[in-house]
Design a protein around this ligand. Structure first.
Ligand code: ADP
Ligand code: MG
Length: 234
């Protein structure tokens, strides 16, 4: 790698990743802040190692306004570092927690929804599945632009007709077909009544038990209600 750890100055820790710390650092030359995601490869199985390297490789290839942008990656003392854009707005999980139960207004919600959908459309066009899409892995910039991140368990389908079958993900965000061999006892709460029928219907379709009945991301972005909103944002 062209860059190494010495080119960054430690600022502070901003998160705890599942394989190590996530720290904020300043690049000595350009003086800009970056996030360094540290992944401990020492205790990792060969499969975990491959997956960590995959994350760096994938991120370096993806360039989209709604995907966290990649700076560099390097290995030092059995640790893999991935340097990426710092999203000052933090993650959507904490953002929603700060709302303390107050619902997002529909316009804001749809604006973020569309940006997430566009990031996924870009990935799906390249046969890349994120596989761990959830609020903790969706970030916001200072100006509140959505950046999808944490491609730690993303997977590339070699053939577009391939199916991913590994049981992987985070329970609350897993699809029924992934969940079906797990016991559960919580029904999903209904959508809040504050939101309009167009949005509620779209979400219901996306949550269809039968995956073949769920819309593709292309289909979602062609939905008349979504298209109308995209026209408003522009
Ligand atoms: P893991 O694979 O362990 O889940 P993540 O990439 O999701 O690691 O990072 C863990 C946490 O660190 C995130 O939930 C978020 O709070 C913070 N974080 C990670 N990357 C960024 C970033 N680019 N900008 C701001 N915060 C980040
Ligand atoms: Mg994560």
């Amino acid at each position: 790698a062209v860059l190494a750890l010495e080119q960054f100055e430690y600022i502070r820790n901003i998160g705890k990743g599942s394989y190590g710390e996530v720290t904020l650092a300043r690049h000595k030359r350009d003086r800009k802040q970056y996030v360094l995601k540290k992944i401990n490869l020492k205790k990792a199985s060969s499969r975990e190692r491959r997956s960590a390297e995959q994350e760096a490789k994938l991120l370096s290839k993806l360039k989209h306004p709604n995907i966290v942008s990649y700076k560099d990656s390097f290995e030092k003392d059995g640790l893999l570092y991935i340097a990426m854009q710092f999203c000052e707005g933090g993650d959507l999980y904490n953002k929603l927690k700060e709302q303390r139960g107050t619902l997002l207004d529909e316009r804001q919600l749809v604006e973020w929804f569309v940006q997430i959908a566009m990031a996924l459309q870009y990935m799906h066009e390249r046969n890349i599945l994120h596989r761990d899409l959830k609020t903790q892995n969706i970030f916001l910039t200072k100006s509140k632009i959505i950046k999808v991140g944490d491609l730690g368990i993303a997977r590339v389908l070699d053939n577009s007709s391939d199916m991913a079958t590994t049981l992987i993900g985070t329970p609350y965000y897993m699809s029924p077909e992934l969940f079906s061999n797990k016991p559960y006892n919580h029904k999903m709460p209904p959508m809040p009544r504050q939101y309009g029928k167009d949005l509620v219907d779209l979400v219901r379709n996306m949550l269809h038990q039968d995956p073949s009945k769920r819309p593709t991301v292309n289909r979602i972005l062609r939905d008349p209600y979504i298209k109308k909103n995209i026209a408003i944002f522009l």
